[in-house]
Design a protein around this ligand. Structure first.
Ligand SMILES: CC(C)(COP(=O)(O)OP(=O)(O)OC[C@H]1O[C@@H](n2cnc3c(N)ncnc32)[C@H](O)[C@@H]1OP(=O)(O)O)[C@@H](O)C(=O)NCCC(=O)NCCS
Length: 207
């Protein structure tokens, strides 16, 4: 039997229509359904999922990755529709108080405002609970939708990094975006009512 959690406390973030919580074993079928869509994973190094074993291995890897400060991923759960995607924090530099945010949402919820609220919830956690000073986001130079979505929630376009991500044998240029604490404090995401409950993993708490 696979062990998914080692009894560590968890953290959740709640907003008006969405909440963020750790993915669990019984979320695997839904993750498989959502991540099997090639439109969703087109710009990722993984996917589309071909077997439930893939989201199963991903979910099983998360407790250890949270413990070591590698990846803090959350399921985005819609109040009525249930799980609709994933958002999370990675590439943490505790010294510099910065990390990267990444998200994906099932296609039926694109353009629904879910991305906006999910970004507000993860930003609340990042700046208020973890003490970060900067969030970075990457978007493939060909992923126009993601670039527009990031600017819409208040991220600032900084430039292009050549051959920054490798997917198989192919290197991809990415646009780098940032959201600094001061910009978040006066920006649109902060206006979303977001409540953090529980304790984030200590490896991610920097401030
Ligand atoms: C990226 C993602 C989370 C954004 O969420 P979203 O709900 O689609 O974002 P929004 O609707 O708020 O903003 C996207 C907007 O981009 C614009 N847009 C659409 N296609 C575009 C294109 N090719 N170029 C530029 N802008 C585009 C539109 O204005 C669109 O809004 P609209 O459909 O309401 O008119 C979601 O599309 C997703 O999960 N995509 C697949 C995974 C992914 O690419 N993740 C990001 C990795 S960096």
């Amino acid at each position: 039997m696979r062990v998914y959690s080692i009894g560590a406390v968890s953290v959740t973030v709640s907003g008006p229509t969405l909440s963020l919580r750790y993915p669990a074993a019984n979320d695997v079928p839904r993750l498989f359904e959502l991540g099997s869509d090639p439109a969703v994973t087109r710009f990722f190094s993984w996917g589309p999922y071909g077997s439930p074993d893939e989201p199963d291995a991903y979910v099983a890897s998360l407790p250890a990755r949270r413990e070591r400060g590698d990846l803090l991923d959350f399921l985005i759960v819609h109040r009525e529709d249930g799980p609709i995607g994933v958002t999370g924090i990675s590439e943490l530099s505790a010294r510099d108080r910065r990390a990267t945010v990444g998200s994906w949402i099932g296609k039926p919820w694109w353009g629904s405002g879910a991305n906006f609220e999910a970004k507000a919830l993860i930003a609340e956690l990042a700046f208020e609970s973890l003490g970060l000073h900067r969030l970075t986001a990457w978007a493939n130079t060909r992923n126009g939708r993601s670039q527009t979505a990031l600017e819409r929630v208040g991220f600032h376009r900084e430039g292009v990094l050549a051959a920054w991500h490798r997917h198989g044998d192919v290197y991809h240029d990415v646009v780098v975006f940032s959201l600094l604490r001061a910009a978040w404090e006066r920006g649109p995401l902060r206006r979303v009512a977001a409540e953090v409950s529980g304790e984030p993993p200590s490896a991610f708490v920097v401030g």
